[in-house]
Design a protein around this ligand. Structure first.
Ligand SMILES: [Zn+2]
Length: 327
């Protein structure tokens, strides 16, 4: 079994670093993996955990043996020293009960010979009391315990937690590299548009291709324009957004607002991200004021952050679209 073949091309630098921790036998007790959504951060952490837990003394520190007790348990998803938590559902945060449970596991001795690995996915979703409790656990982790936090939203991780972790940033690949990977992985559709919609995150672009996100984007854009022309109600557009909340709709709208500001200033297509929407955007920007657009851009950024938290999404979208109709 080779794990290296599972390593995505844009993970290579981080993977070399993680492997060097193992080969030098200097594993940080707390790691914080960050980078935008859709880059496969959890997949990389699993590869690292698998390699770290492998018991084979012949391990070249490049890939797990695939035969030892640890490898078999890991692949079957039942390794007692690999503990992975995330929010229980999309509209829930990580609560203190989950963290208390996690900390109780940390205090137990390691079952096998290797390490205990604790992974917190979407670590930015820890609520305040959970984060405080987690911080206490970070202060005195037992030996041979590695805590790994994963987040798309580094700014939401408290500084007190960040300062105790070794930070690894997963870089977004270049467009060429991302296109190359999508082609090799048989992704079909308008790849350039899919990459633009996913801000060059290849796994997200592939997911978007599979669930026809391009159609949803066009439907949202039409509603975005009609709302501005007072031909559609805020309620209808907000309901549409809630229905398609699995997509990063606000990121798309932010890119439209940025393009509206660019076109408002120069009328040029140069630098416009949504090239396919240039004509309707140009018409739309005709009656918009640049300063008001900029103010609305800040509102959109705020909404983008808010939607990462558990809240009444319908109300949040309605408030946002009321402002859009009035820009
Ligand atoms: Zn093994």
């Amino acid at each position: 079994m080779s794990v290296s073949s599972d390593i995505l091309p844009w993970h290579d630098t981080a993977w070399q670093l993680l492997k060097s921790y193992i080969s030098n036998e200097r594993i940080p007790q707390a790691l914080l993996l960050t980078g935008q959504a859709g880059l496969g951060k959890a997949q990389l952490v699993r590869s690292f955990a698998h390699l770290l837990l492998c018991e084979s003394s012949n391990s070249s520190h490049d890939s797990p043996c695939g035969k030892c007790r640890s490898c078999i348990l890991f692949v079957s998803g039942t390794h007692p020293d690999f503990i992975d938590i995330k929010p229980e559902s999309e509209d829930k945060d990580i609560g203190i009960d989950q963290i208390r449970w996690l900390l109780s596991k940390i205090r137990l001795t390691v079952h096998y010979l290797q390490y205990r690995i604790i992974v917190v996915q979407q670590a930015d979703q820890m609520n305040r009391s959970a984060a405080n409790s987690f911080l206490k656990g970070l202060e005195e982790p037992p030996d041979r315990t590695v805590i790994i936090l994963i987040t798309d939203q580094l700014s939401l991780i408290p500084a007190t937690i960040q300062s105790r972790c070794q930070k690894i940033v997963i870089e977004t690949p270049t467009t060429d590299r991302a296109l190359d990977w999508l082609n090799k992985n048989d992704t079909t559709g308008d790849l350039s548009l899919l990459l633009q919609m996913s801000r060059r995150a290849p796994l997200l672009a592939r997911e978007y291709a599979e669930c026809d996100a391009i159609t949803i984007r066009m439907q949202l854009f039409e509603k975005f324009v009609l709302l501005r022309r007072k031909k559609l109600s805020v309620v209808v557009v907000a309901a549409f957004c809630c229905e398609h909340n699995q997509f990063d709709l606000v990121a798309w709208m932010i890119s439209w607002i940025v393009d509206l500001m660019k076109i408002n200033q120069t009328s040029s297509v140069v630098g416009v991200e949504n090239v396919d929407l240039y004509d309707p955007l140009k018409i739309l920007t005709g009656d918009l004021d640049l300063q008001h657009l900029y103010d609305f851009y800040l509102v959109a950024l705020e909404l983008h952050l808010q939607l990462k938290q558990p809240l009444n999404k319908n109300l949040a979208y309605e408030g946002f679209f009321i402002k859009w109709a009035a820009v």
